[in-house]
Design a protein around this ligand. Structure first.
Ligand SMILES: NC(=O)c1ccc[n+]([C@@H]2O[C@H](COP(=O)([O-])OP(=O)(O)OC[C@H]3O[C@@H](n4cnc5c(N)ncnc54)[C@H](O)[C@@H]3O)[C@@H](O)[C@H]2O)c1
Length: 256
């Protein structure tokens, strides 16, 4: 298999201070891409420093992608720094709490939908025209196995938002394939990050972890690199005929 060479190409990655986004940034760096890393957390700058010391051009922007103007600013930054936009990994997200629908406050619903779904639309809205001007591009959106179906213990607003990401992905792929754009959703299973692991501040307790592990045929939790390493591959020409689909990456979880 040919190795991936993204020299001269530019990618924007959201939710890149840690977890899946940071792993993807490291993988894009190995492929030689110019990288814009973004996150709500200021520590995203540390990731940019690490990428620069690995020899690639990388710039960080700490910003809230649930506001459309910030997503536009990210695209402007990519064009200002690197003159083009080829790829985007719209990955930032938050979890939601599992509880009966009547107990979900409207504010909680709106918060999750704003970060997990609306932000993906805002990002695509500004990324896509910039990619078309650059001669085409690839957009990868992070959904979840919860975007493919409901899951015991998941929150209603999270599952709804992640389903929305897949609908958005498919329609964008259909509407814009003729302009040289591919759009895909990646659907992680259980990945050990700050979002999930209680010991990293996440919301899955020991009982929940055991429930998952029981149902993962490969017998282990996913690591951020299990997702991050696939993203450049999906953006590469080797995946050129892959479009508008939602790809589970879950150690076989959905089979069980
Ligand atoms: N970890 C899992 O098991 C799992 C499973 C399925 C899907 N996902 C999805 O993967 C993506 C990455 O999550 P992760 O597991 O790496 O968790 P993570 O918490 O390590 O990373 C998510 C990042 O998104 C950032 N973020 C949150 N809200 C933001 C905002 N408004 N603006 C900018 N940045 C914001 C956070 O600061 C954080 O750094 C999320 O979309 C999540 O829903 C994760």
């Amino acid at each position: 298999m040919t190795s991936i060479d993204f020299e001269g190409k530019t990618v924007i990655i959201t939710g890149a201070a840690q977890g899946i986004g940071a792993a993807a940034a490291r993988s894009f760096a190995e492929a030689g891409a110019n990288i814009i890393v973004s996150d709500l957390l200021d520590s995203v700058e540390t990731v940019a420093e690490e990428l620069r010391s690995a020899g690639v051009k990388a710039t960080a922007l700490a910003t809230d992608i649930s506001r459309p103007e910030n997503c536009e600013a990210l695209v402007d930054l990519a064009l200002e720094k690197f003159g083009r936009l080829d790829f985007a990994f719209n990955n930032a997200g938050i979890g939601g709490m599992h509880r009966p629908v009547g107990e979900i406050q409207v504010e909680d619903w709106l918060k999750v939908v704003n970060v997990d779904l609306n932000s993906v639309f805002y990002c695509i809205k500004y990324q896509l025209p910039a990619m078309v001007k650059s001669g085409g591009g690839v957009i990868i959106n992070t959904s979840s196995v919860c975007g493919l179906g409901p899951l015991a213990g998941s929150s209603i607003e999270y599952t709804a938002a992640k389903h929305g990401v897949i609908g958005l992905t498919k329609q964008v792929a259909l509407n814009h394939a003729g302009e040289g754009i591919r759009c895909l959703a990646i659907c992680p299973g259980y990945i050990e990050t700050a979002l999930t692991d209680k010991d990293k501040g996440g919301d899955v307790d020991e009982e929940g972890k055991a429930w998952f592990l029981d149902r993962i045929p490969q017998g282990r939790f996913g690591q951020p690199e299990d997702i991050g390493n696939i993203v450049p591959l999906l953006c590469s020409d080797q995946a050129d005929y892959l479009n508008g689909t939602a790809i589970p990456v879950d150690g076989g979880f959905l089979l069980s």
